[in-house]
Design a protein around this ligand. Structure first.
Ligand code: DOR
Ligand code: ZN
Length: 341
């Protein structure tokens, strides 16, 4: 008999961009509706580098997202990252992790790290205190083909990093390739990965389907079909190393539909529906709860959520716009509906 509804522990989103100001007001409740907690990425302008900035940002998110949602703040690592400031924010429970953006890799990463060696003192401290390192895993070398930048990052940066910091907890964010899935699977238990809805649903053809499709563009960019299938296999494998991180990254419609369109897919409004579609297609709905609600908290060392949410089997057409933004799956029919707790 076909399953008509699915009740699971409330999920968390281990990678999201909520922005600030008016955009924060527009998007925050889409995330807080589905998820109990979320790792908030710090790529604002200026970036979130100080404890005070992080604390004020957390207050603004709490105000915008409403009751019952806990934003988990991250620090933005620059070449000047201060180990003492990182430790202070961690001890005061203002932030739980720090994000490594290679300088120039993506949206608002200009203040990012130019050479991983520059943050070795910060990483030593993070390793010592148990603070998680979130990694945007792409090299920025213009000589490297954009579709190869994740694979080359593994060889040039991530492998040496894991060797040099055997006790540092590392999340390889939004993996897009078979190489990344294999690397994480075979790495020590200190290494995990988040997986987005879009990298489970689309391959690089989606960027060029009948014309240039800016709403399918994100970074890391979607890859060939065999990579999508490998990332899917990792997500539904049941391995505790892989967990949910939407990378929902809203940009104004005009900034997407532009001669130089911004990278980012706004998937928050239908995130759980999107993941459920994949797990059902892979005949793995029984593994959705681990991926969405258990593996992430266990890796970060925080308690599981106690309340439950239900997904119902109801067709719903995703609107062309949500709050003036174009959502992932716009115009498509999704077979599940998030019905809350
Ligand atoms: O597509 C992306 N959008 N990838 C990122 O790494 C950053 C994000 C954003 O902030 O817009
Ligand atoms: Zn991101």
């Amino acid at each position: 008999m076909t399953l008509q509804s699915l009740t699971i522990r409330r999920p968390d989103d281990w990678h999201v961009h909520l922005r600030d100001g008016e955009m924060l007001e527009r998007v925050a409740r889409h995330t807080s509706k589905q998820f109990a907690r979320a790792i908030i990425m710090p790529n604002l302008v200026p970036p979130v580098t100080s404890v005070d900035a992080a604390s004020a940002y957390r207050d603004r998110i709490r105000a915008a997202s409403g009751e019952g949602f806990e934003p988990l703040i991250t620090a933005y690592l620059t070449d000047e990252a201060d180990p003492a400031e990182l430790a202070r924010g961690f001890e005061e429970k203002i932030w739980v992790a720090a994000k490594l953006y290679p300088a120039g890799a993506t949206t608002n990463s200009a203040s990012g790290v130019t050479n991983i060696r520059n943050i070795y003192p910060a990483l030593e401290k993070m390793q010592a205190i148990g603070m998680v390192l979130c990694v945007h895993g792409e090299v920025t070398d213009p000589e490297i083909d954009v579709f190869d930048r994740e694979g080359v990052f593994i060889d040039r940066v991530l492998e040496p990093l894991v060797d040099d910091f055997p006790d540092l907890k590392i999340v390889f964010e939004h993996i897009t390739t078979a190489e990344a899935a294999d690397f994480v699977r075979d790495a020590p238990a200190t290494v995990a990965a988040t997986i987005t809805p879009q990298h489970l649903h689309i391959n690089r053809n989606a960027l060029f389907a009948g014309g240039l499709r800016p709403h399918a563009y994100c970074l890391p960019v979607a890859k060939r079909e065999h990579h999508r299938l490998a990332v899917r296999a990792a997500a539904v494998s049941g391995s505790a190393k892989f967990f949910l991180g939407t990378d929902s990254a809203p940009h104004a419609r005009s900034a997407k539909e532009s001669a130089c369109g911004c990278a980012g897919i706004f998937n928050a409004p239908y995130a759980m529906e999107s993941y459920a579609a994949v797990f059902e297609e892979e005949d793995a709905l029984d593994r959705l709860e681990g991926f969405a609600s258990e593996h992430g908290p266990n890796f970060y060392g925080v308690p599981l959520n106690e309340d439950r949410v239900t997904l119902e089997r109801v067709d719903q057409i995703v609107p062309e716009e949500v709050g003036g933004l174009v959502p992932f799956h716009a115009g498509e029919t999704l077979k599940w509906r998030f019905a809350g707790g």
